[in-house]
Design a protein around this ligand. Sequence first.
Ligand SMILES: [Zn+2]
Length: 260
Amino acid sequence: MRVYILTDLEGVTGVTLWSQTGPPDLAAYEASRRMLMHDISAAVEGCLAGGASRVTVLDGHGLPFNLVPELMHPGAEYIAGRGLPHTWGMDEGYDCGMQVGCHAMNRTMDGVLYHTQSHLNDARYWYNDQELGEIGQCGLVFGHFDIRCVMVTGDYAACREAEALFGPQCVTAAVKYGYSRQCCRMLAPQKTYELIRNAAKAAMGKVAEARPLKFELPIRARVETLAVELPETASPEEVAAAPHQVHEGICPTQLDVYAF
Ligand SMILES: [Zn+2]
């Protein structure tokens, strides 16, 4: 059984501030990278315990390299760097997909570090009139290759979003509970390791009943972004009330949603 694991950094154990997700605060970012490896290792362990024969992990956070090589679980292979192929290295041979370290879509008020693609321009995306965040966008890419998304980890709001989209066949592991965009109640790494490992193992048993996310093709895509620059201190109400611009297009396949 082959498993493809997508990763992000905002939904990883111990992360609740933008400053933890990249430079210039290198000490905070390095700590997050180590927690990313912690959460990945827990998922890989669970996959192997659930019968996976091959596990591929993609480093998917904005910066080109977030992994820490000396902390890589030897039971997986890792994709990272600049110039990612259009297919993200996926093919129809993968039996299931998982998403580790996820965050909720933009404007999810109890979502830790909520955003869709960019947290600076209030971006929102719709496909065939359904709004999706990054969990859904990744679900569409998985779906292009008939890969079922069977597990999602992240904050509670991200897990709720995943369950609504993929159904009860998608097992989730919530590692923190958001109070607001940059404040949460979090669990300790020792605890989240267990949660993620158990979720991944349980998910391996759900592959047969899970279904890939499929949208009618071609997909009508729409993105809305802020048309003006606002200070980072702007409130959610001020952001929502500011002028926005809309861009519409067509995605011939589900693989094209990120290129749109
Ligand atoms: Zn990210």
